[in-house]
Structures are given as C-alpha cells and as structure tokens.
Write a protein of this length. Structure first.
Length: 155
C-alpha cells in the first residue's frame, strides 16, 4: 500500500525590512507677521507663530532632523542691505528655535535677499512706495525646511 507524502508546508513570505526614507517638510511664514518692515527683531505675533512652528516641528516623526531657515526680503533697497537683512531675519528665527530646544548643530540660517520673488507681476506697475511695500509683502518671508529620515515598511 502506497502512502502519500505529506503536503509541503505553505511558504510564508518574510516580512519586508523597514527602510529609511528621506523626507522634507517646508513651512513658510510671512515676514510681516514675524518682523516690522526693514527689521529683524521678532514681533510678539512672530514669537507666537514661531512657538507654533516649533511645536509642529517637534511632532514630525523624523529621525536626524536637519533644519535650514531661509530669510527673504523684497526688492526695495540695495542688494547688500537686503542680503544682510535676510540673513539677520533667518538668524533671528534660527536663534528662537534653538532657544526653544532645537539643536544648534542641526539648524542653519541662510539669507537669500530678494531671490525667488513670489509677489504678482502687477507690483511692477506701482510707483507709490507705501503701495509697493504692501504689494511686495509676499516676497518678505521666512521658509523653514526640515529634512530627516523616516522608517517605513516597503511592501
């Protein structure tokens, strides 16, 4: 009498190994909330906004967070003055975040001056300085870029 061979055990696939994935989150704050026109000292509303930003950064599920703070100005004023102002604004934000508890070795402040404007082209038609300042407000900003790795299971 012939005996049947036992059925082979079903193959179980090994669980995929977690893989680190680089992730970037960018937060942009209008400079008018953070600073007075032409200044780099934080306003009370700026302190509130940056406290909220700090809390958001803390909740990001990233390992090895590296942060770059980019400061921008509008096109009013000289290139040299705008570079200095944008650097000082980025440094003010960076210093605030370090003061809240972020590692100074993982945060960099970069002034971009009037680079990468985002204001509408219609601002080019405006001759009145006060109206131009209002129109160019979107250019005056601080962008905070957070990079880190996140462990995900690739299926």
């Amino acid at each position: 009498m012939a005996t049947e061979a036992p059925a082979p055990a079903p193959m179980v696939a090994a669980a995929p190994a977690p893989q680190p994935v680089e992730e970037t989150k960018t937060f942009t704050l209008t400079s008018d909330v953070l600073f007075d026109f032409g200044k780099s000292t934080l306003k009370p509303a700026g302190v509130t906004a940056l406290s909220q930003l700090y809390n958001q950064i803390q909740t990001l599920e990233m390992n090895d967070k590296n942060i770059v703070v980019y400061g921008y100005t509008d096109r009013i004023g000289s290139d040299g003055a705008n570079m200095k102002l944008s650097q000082n604004r980025a440094k003010s934000v960076s210093d605030f975040l370090v003061g809240k508890g972020l590692s100074a070795t993982h945060i960099t402040a970069v002034g971009r001056g009037k680079a990468d404007p985002v204001s509408p082209a219609s601002c080019n038609e405006i001759k009145n300085k006060q109206k131009l300042i209002v129109c160019l407000a979107p250019d005056r900003r601080v962008s905070v870029e957070v990079k880190g790795s996140k462990t995900v299971v690739v299926k």
